[in-house]
Design a protein. Structure first.
Length: 206
């Protein structure tokens, strides 16, 4: 596809948000953010699925989080987002406040596996609802560990989108193989950005 056709120039949000997104896009490689194409896909997917309770693993400075929050504004949902680097998440909080202060957001600091274990305990004690959409974008070697925990906190019909599937093929191989061999999930790898794996937890026996 011609680059100029593939490139997204459309503006979907208010001026302030577009300004912040544009400035974050300039430092993208320093913060390992999604590109605009993938972020737009993520935003659209949440809206198509009418997801209301989204979990993100890997907040960074909040670039993808802004796109998620903008989708959740439409679906009237909430974001929980995990990051172990405090400095990064404080930047993300500021960006969220500037772009989507009207959407509920719970930023969590800590190592993803530990935070996920805590969240699972809360779900088991009925202190928190299960998620209907999870975006995985943190430590590639830990994807499989994230999945084992996420599986217990995802509603039937829930969606998992995982990034860097093709760029970090070897590191995430146990994750992709597990999902493809898992009869409870229907999965597809998309050649989008650095490669994304889209998985849906199957609702009914097939
Ligand atoms: C690829 S970046 C996330 C980019 C973000 N999703 C975006 O597109 O704007 C990955 C982030 O995950 C964080 N991270 C890596 N390993 C982690 C772990 N085990 N627990 C929590 N956060 C982690 C890193 O500090 C980094 O900020």
């Amino acid at each position: 596809m011609e680059d100029n056709i593939k490139k997204i120039n459309s503006k979907y949000f208010d001026e302030k948000t577009e300004e912040i997104l544009l400035s974050l896009e300039k430092t993208r490689s320093d913060f390992w953010n999604l590109d605009r194409e993938c972020a737009n896909f993520l935003n659209t997917l949440i809206k198509i699925n009418n997801s209301k309770n989204v979990l993100e693993i890997g907040t960074s400075n909040g670039y993808s989080g802004i796109w998620i929050l903008k989708a959740l504004k439409e679906t009237k949902g909430k974001l929980t987002t995990i990051e172990f680097w405090e400095k990064r998440q404080s930047v993300a909080r500021k960006n969220f406040a500037l772009c989507a202060s009207d959407v509920p957001c719970e930023p969590k600091i800590g190592s993803a596996v530990v935070v996920l274990e805590d969240i699972l305990e809360e779900i088991k004690k009925n202190k928190r609802e299960k998620f209907d959409f999870v975006f995985i974008d943190a430590n590639k070697k830990e994807y499989i560990e994230y999945f084992r925990l996420i599986d217990k906190m995802l509603v039937d019909g829930g969606v998992i989108l995982a990034d860097n599937i093709l760029s970090h093929y070897e590191k995430v191989k146990d994750y992709t193989e597990n999902l493809f061999n898992n009869s409870n999930y229907q999965s597809q790898i998309l050649e989008l950005g650095t490669g994304m794996m889209l998985s849906r937890k199957i609702k009914e026996a097939h």
